[in-house]
Write a protein that binds this ligand. Structure first.
Ligand code: AMP
Length: 218
């Protein structure tokens, strides 16, 4: 199974991607996670990416494409993948088509998660992560047992630098401007399945499986 997930920041794309990867037994490849890991470890890639990420801007296509090509050539990604956060620009989508072509591979579907901007701004401003184990929380929908402290290891929860309201709004704008053409590109290829991403996580997951015509119930 080779899937691409499209959706604005805060559409629940990451959560659904993890579940789909688990369901189909293929790796979840999240470019944002890979960049963040590189920033944490202070690698040359992380140093290149950080200033763009902190501003809510996209990392340059050349840097992103080099990274994705490397990840796709790893053994685990050969059987399939769930791509989360890539491609994000039309040049990335076109380069990705060529990259798959060269490897004789095809995407099965592009899942486009649709959700209202105000809902995502609310969701993201309440998002917190444990800096120690990376467990995700939401102060409104999935709060920790004790105020802003991780249930698993007691570490104070952190807010992603780019989840502050102003940056969230900028990220939405970047998504509308740069990623809408990616959706149009895949629409023209007949690959897009639109999913209503409002409501509970389980409901959205059920809708994604339905959209894929998957007979297995979640
Ligand atoms: P995300 O976790 O997917 O919201 O990504 C966080 C940040 O990583 C984005 O705001 C970008 O700065 C960067 N990023 C992730 N994926 C890409 C991509 N495909 N192209 C360019 N920048 C990206």
């Amino acid at each position: 199974m080779r899937l691409v997930l499209l959706g604005p920041p805060g559409s629940g794309k990451g959560t659904q991607a993890v579940r789909l990867a688990d369901h189909f037994g293929v790796p979840h490849i999240a470019t944002g996670d890979i960049f963040r890991e590189n920033v944490r470890e202070g690698t040359p890639l992380g140093l290149q990416a950080k200033r763009f990420m902190d501003a809510g801007e996209l990392v340059p296509d050349a840097v992103t494409l080099r990274m994705v090509a490397e990840v796709l050539d790893r053994a685990a990604a050969q059987a399939g993948f769930i791509l989360d956060g890539f491609p994000r620009t039309l040049p990335q989508a076109e380069a990705f088509d060529a990259l798959l072509d060269r490897r004789g591979l095809r995407i099965d579907a592009v899942l486009a998660l649709d959700v209202d901007t105000e809902v995502v701004v609310q969701r993201l401003s309440a998002r917190r992560t444990c800096p120690v184990c990376q467990r995700a929380y939401n102060l409104v929908f999935a709060p920790p047992k004790t105020d802003e402290v991780c249930d698993d290891d007691g570490a104070p929860l952190a807010q992603r630098e780019d989840d502050r309201e102003e940056t969230v709004r900028r990220r939405q704008q970047v998504y509308r401007e740069q990623t809408t053409p990616v959706r149009d590109h895949y629409e023209a290829l007949g690959l897009v399945r639109a999913i209503d991403a409002g409501g509970r996580e389980d409901e959205v997951f059920r809708r994604t499986l339905d959209a894929l015509g998957d007979p297995v119930t979640a």
